[in-house]
Design a protein around this ligand. Structure first.
Ligand code: UDP
Ligand code: MG
Length: 315
């Protein structure tokens, strides 16, 4: 059995050599053949140089280097396309995903599981991040069709047929967590304690997280559109009822026109609601816009590997 490790790397020069050392040490002990597929996501540092050095010294090392930073989703896609293994493990380069868990994943895979997910605990995370994550997953699981679990990320083993299925999904806006869940097959999850990042810093700024969250909400169905529709209908009925009430009062008690404040509040609130709705519609239109352009997910600047032929490139 051949095992592929897919590793997205963005400015990871400080840790790559140690990562390679740790991972080869760990995988050698497992008694399977393996290959390492590193994807340099347009790093500005010496990541590519180090990858080339590693590849020169170790024939099991493959690398794909992007022309610019296309994001981790694109990097994972490239890695999956180039991975030839019977089982593929996706892992971060910063050693936050403990390489010793690969053995456990393979054991579960041998039991017949197509996806083995390592779920991290939120120990050591800032309280704000933990709480917002919890709120987010509560919301998203009410809105999307696939089940998303807090702490479940991209650190997982995928069987060959799962990888092939994921590669069939050629959408431009990729939300892998959801795509993996959408694909299905036999899935199992185990927990591990989160390790603190050893070197460098997380590339996830607050803004990036917010956008990622929004992608998750909007990538799977049109429930937000429908929610906007229902909200609009609710407001309309409230407005109609209120209008009827005003007319009724005017007929009984005569005309009076107080309520300047009420008027302003209602007008601005409605304007806000309308903007949100237009925004929701706009998000979907924007997605369609990106999909119809059919641009590639990434551009490759340098590589020592060809994507295997059996994997079809999207038209
Ligand atoms: N990464 C990437 N492209 C990006 C940002 C991150 O390929 O634009 C890689 C990064 O090198 C790391 C993994 O994705 O291997 C996770 O990134 P990071 O550690 O910054 O995220 P966190 O652990 O905070 O979720
Ligand atoms: Mg990390």
């Amino acid at each position: 059995m051949l095992i592929s490790l897919v590793v997205p790397c963005f400015n990871e020069e400080e840790i790559l050599e140690r990562f390679h050392e740790r991972v080869t040490e760990e995988l050698t002990g497992l008694g399977h053949e393996f290959q390492l597929v590193f994807v340099d996501d347009g790093s500005a540092d010496r990541t590519l140089v180090i990858l080339q050095e590693l590849a020169a010294a170790d024939p099991r090392v493959r690398y794909v280097s992007f022309s610019r930073n296309f994001g981790k989703e694109a990097a994972m896609l490239a890695g999956l396309r180039h991975a030839e293994g019977d089982a593929v493990v996706i892992m971060d380069a910063d050693l936050q995903h403990p390489p010793e868990l690969v053995g456990r994943m393979l054991q579960e895979h041998a039991q017949g599981y197509d996806q083995v997910i390592a779920r991290r605990t939120r120990k050591g995370d800032r309280v704000t991040r933990t709480l917002s994550a919890r709120a987010y997953y509560w919301l998203i699981n009410r809105l999307v069709d696939v089940e998303l679990v807090d702490g479940v990320g991209d650190f997982r083993l995928l069987s060959r047929r799962t990888v092939d299925a994921v590669l069939e999904l050629t959408e431009y806006n990729r939300f892998s967590k959801g795509l993996f869940a959408w694909v299905g097959f036999r899935t199992t999850t185990f927990s591990y304690e989160n390790a603190v990042r050893e070197q460098g810093s997380s590339a996830w700024t607050f803004g990036k997280l917010l956008n990622y969250g929004l992608d998750g909400l909007l990538s799977f169905n049109n429930k937000p559109l429908r929610a906007a529709l229902y909200l609009g209908m609710l407001l309309l009925s409230v407005a109609c009822a209120y209008a009827a009430w005003i007319v009724g009062v005017a007929l009984v008690q005569g005309v009076e026109t107080p309520g300047y404040v009420t008027l302003i509040v209602v007008v601005t609130a409605l304007a806000g609601v309308q903007m949100v709705m237009v925004g929701v519609v706009g998000e979907y239109v924007g997605r369609i816009y990106y999909e119809v352009k059919r641009r590639p997910h990434f551009l490759v600047k340098a590589t020592n590997t060809e994507a295997p032929q059996r994997i079809r490139e999207p038209q």
